[in-house]
Ligand binder design. Structure first.
Ligand SMILES: Cc1ncc(COP(=O)(O)O)c(C=O)c1O
Length: 374
């Protein structure tokens, strides 16, 4: 689905130097590379505070801890997302309240959020799925009215720009109280291991987040909060600082691949190409088609015979996952999510895709469609 090897080869001298410099310094933990990357990311995002941590899942968990959410508090999240979003809510003893998503953008539905609010609701976690920012104006308005926190799950959307109702562009993940991202290797800004970060413009919250990522400690060996150990190591930070300089170019390359896929598939009656909303740029963490009237799994199998990977993100909605079965929910409760989990398929998407690869993939998909018609 991604070609990290070719990407690495193109920036090898910069990356190798960054890694070697950290090794030579032996500042493996919280070294200067971490502070430098943090400052570079703050500058890129236009946000006051970036708090690096060990991965995107930790970023979400630490955010909920810093906001002081308590067992029994309800947190609204989409039913169509990667499990981590709901996992941390459950892990902290909070109550995940799932809501359906929009059929075109796959992002959380603001009207569904409104219907799910109860006196125990404390927070909303919009997930900017596949690289397009959710309708944050509508979500922030609901949050303001009901005095709720907003934690943006921007694990798939780093670099996406959001145009708010007052005509101001903001980076995805910098609009709510807190934003979270993941630097998993295949992410749009990926390191060479695990990594994550939390963003906020709130000074007090930033201090709390910094304490929690570091065992609840602000003065060494004095622990004011119950925290965790969640660090971005210096080698990963040094790699990320190099890759951050290429992030916009990477997004552009992904957008070009998406445009070529769109051109090839837009007029095929069996396919729905990804919708673009008019308030956000799409950075295409995934290029996800919906199929109509054909067997999605057969398409995936056919592509596999041609050595083209295609993935189903996500085959089982959260409320139908074994560990998350809950008497509050049953099959049929989230019709859009359930329909999407049966009909989506994501094609290879990466920054180094050449014309030959693209043509081979599009021709293979079209060949399959043709075979189903005859
Ligand atoms: C939407 C979403 N949330 C959370 C995560 C968790 O990130 P990580 O794998 O870095 O823990 C991911 C990435 O896998 C994700 O895609």
């Amino acid at each position: 689905m991604v070609d990290l090897k070719v990407q690495y080869e193109k920036i090898k001298p910069e990356i190798d130097k960054a890694i070697n410099d950290v090794i030579a310094s032996t500042s493996f933990i919280n070294g200067p590379a971490v502070k430098e990357f943090q400052a570079a990311l703050e500058n890129y995002l236009g946000v006051k505070h970036v708090i690096p941590c060990a991965n995107g899942t930790d970023a979400l968990q630490i955010s909920m801890m810093a906001l002081g959410l308590k067992p029994g508090d309800e947190v609204i999240a989409p039913s169509f997302t990667f499990i981590a979003t709901a996992e941390v809510i459950a892990l902290l003893g909070l109550t995940p309240v799932l809501v359906d998503v929009e059929p075109d953008t796959f992002n959380i539905s603001p009207s569904a959020i409104e219907k799910a609010i109860t006196p125990r609701t404390r927070a909303i976690v919009p997930v900017h799925l596949f690289g397009q920012t959710a309708d944050m104006d509508a979500i922030m308005k609901i949050a303001d009215e009901h005095k709720l926190f907003v934690i943006e799950d921007a694990c798939q959307s780093i670099g996406s720009d959001y145009l708010n109702a007052t005509g101001v562009w903001k980076k995805s993940g910098t609009i709510g109280n807190i934003g979270c991202t993941s630097f998993f290797p295949s992410k749009n800004l990926g390191c060479y291991g695990d990594g994550g970060a939390i963003f906020t413009n709130d000074d007090q919250l930033a201090a709390k987040l910094r304490s929690i990522v570091n065992h609840g400690m602000t003065v060494r060996y004095y622990h004011d909060d119950i925290g965790v150990n969640s660090r971005l190591d210096s080698i990963q930070a040094a790699i990320l600082k190099v890759k951050l300089q290429h992030l916009d170019a990477y997004a552009h390359a992904r957008q070009q691949v998406a445009a070529a896929y769109d051109n090839a598939f837009r007029n095929q009656p069996e396919l729905i190409v990804p919708a673009h909303n008019n308030h956000s740029t799409h950075v295409f963490h995934q290029y996800t088609l919906q199929v109509k009237g054909i067997d999605r799994n057969k398409l995936q199998e056919y592509l596999a015979t041609k050595e083209i990977p295609a993935m189903i993100y996500y085959p089982v909605p959260i409320h139908l996952q074994k560990a998350y079965l809950d008497p509050r929910y049953k099959a049929g409760d989230f019709p859009v999510t359930e329909q999407l989990s049966q009909s989506v398929i994501s094609l290879p998407m990466h920054t180094e895709m050449d014309h030959q690869q693209l043509n081979y993939i599009t021709a293979s998909v079209l060949e399959f469609l043709e075979s189903t018609r005859s």
